[in-house]
Design a protein. Structure first.
Length: 342
């Protein structure tokens, strides 16, 4: 059994001005073949989970290409086409394949494709034809689209935030694809995307409300015939049609059962939607609380300028407020290349 593993992973902040160029991907690494093995085999990343399949004696897993860069602005058209074209050429040249495993993020946006992940899945499917099983493992911050799901055999989403289970979920996805190739299972997927967005400060899966939503997923996983179930929180720093939460179920052969389970998950979340609102203080309130705290230091995060989500880190809102309020003991980090050059 020959499996290919490949991917382009990017969390695109469409509000950020600095684009994700081909040079940016090169700087962070466009890995090919054995370079992927050296970088990821002992990691806890998605690729590591895929590579575990190669340990089975009857499976030959071939890593083709993988690249990612930190969250930043939109992927340039040139970068997207160069990388995806190489991915497809490698699939074409080194085939045929019994199955393909895609490592994408689920919140990638290029200049030409607001749903860049869906476009990659579509092109891979067009190349392979309808019969080759394709597995897709994506980040919990994915803005999941019908185009992604409709072009793959099984979609699996991380189940923890912070993301501690990427390798486990990739193993789950690979196992479904291997069993599909062997004729042991026949995946049927269902996707529900209710009009719900969860605030970034409510997305920790160890606390409510996400803790209960993950528990709902675990309940669905215990149902007969369910191969996988997922809740994606969505990525709010992207101005795309698919932005928001989504619920996915993969069932062994029963599309109606998958749909019913996905709708049950979505309905449960919809009924709790008031709990998804953020309860963050204003800049004035936060700084006053910090200034009068009994102990320090107190760390403030401007969630509108979230560096971990691709924002530039150049907002001066907190600094201006601190000066206006007369806060004396205050340290702020700012990204300002012009100031550094000066």
């Amino acid at each position: 059994m020959r499996l290919a593993a490949l991917g382009l992973s990017h969390e695109t902040n469409t509000f950020a001005r600095l684009p994700a160029t081909y040079a940016r991907f090169q700087e962070d690494g466009i890995l090919r073949g054995d370079e992927i093995l050296r970088e990821y085999a002992e990691s806890h990343a998605t690729l590591a989970g895929y590579l575990e399949a190669d340990r089975q004696p009857d499976i030959d897993l071939v890593p083709l290409l993988f690249t990612q860069t930190n969250p930043i602005g939109t992927i340039t058209a040139d970068a997207f086409e160069r990388i995806v074209s190489e991915m497809l050429n490698l699939l074409r040249q080194q085939g045929p394949w019994d199955g393909v495993l895609l490592a994408l993020h689920g919140a990638a946006v290029s200049e030409d494709y607001p749903d860049a992940d869906g476009e990659i899945a579509h092109r891979v499917r067009a190349l392979l034809g309808p019969c080759v099983p394709v597995g897709l493992t994506i980040d919990m911050h994915a803005n999941v689209s019908r185009k992604m799901v409709d072009n793959v055999t099984a979609t699996v989403v991380y189940r923890t935030n912070p993301h501690l289970d990427a390798r486990l979920r990739a193993c789950e996805c690979a196992d479904i694809i291997v069993r599909t190739i062997r004729g042991e299972v026949h995946p049927a997927q269902a996707l529900e995307t209710p009009p719900v967005v969860i605030n970034i400060v409510k997305q920790f899966t160890g606390e409510e409300p996400m803790r209960s939503l993950v528990h709902d997923v675990e309940e669905v996983l215990a149902r007969p015939g369910v191969l996988s179930a997922s809740v994606a929180e969505g990525y709010p720093y992207a101005d795309v049609a698919e932005m928001g939460m989504s619920f996915l179920v993969v069932h062994d052969g029963d599309g109606m059962a998958a749909r019913d389970a996905a709708r049950w998950l979505a309905r449960r979340a919809w009924n709790r939607r008031s709990e998804f609102l953020g309860e963050t203080p204003s800049a004035d309130e936060a700084l006053r609380a910090a200034a009068t705290a009994a102990r320090g230091p107190v760390v403030l995060m401007d969630v509108g300028d979230n560096i971990g989500a691709g924002s530039p880190g150049d907002s001066t809102v907190l600094l201006e407020t601190a000066r206006r309020l007369g806060v004396r003991r205050y340290l702020q980090t700012l990204c300002g290349s012009e100031a550094v050059r000066a």
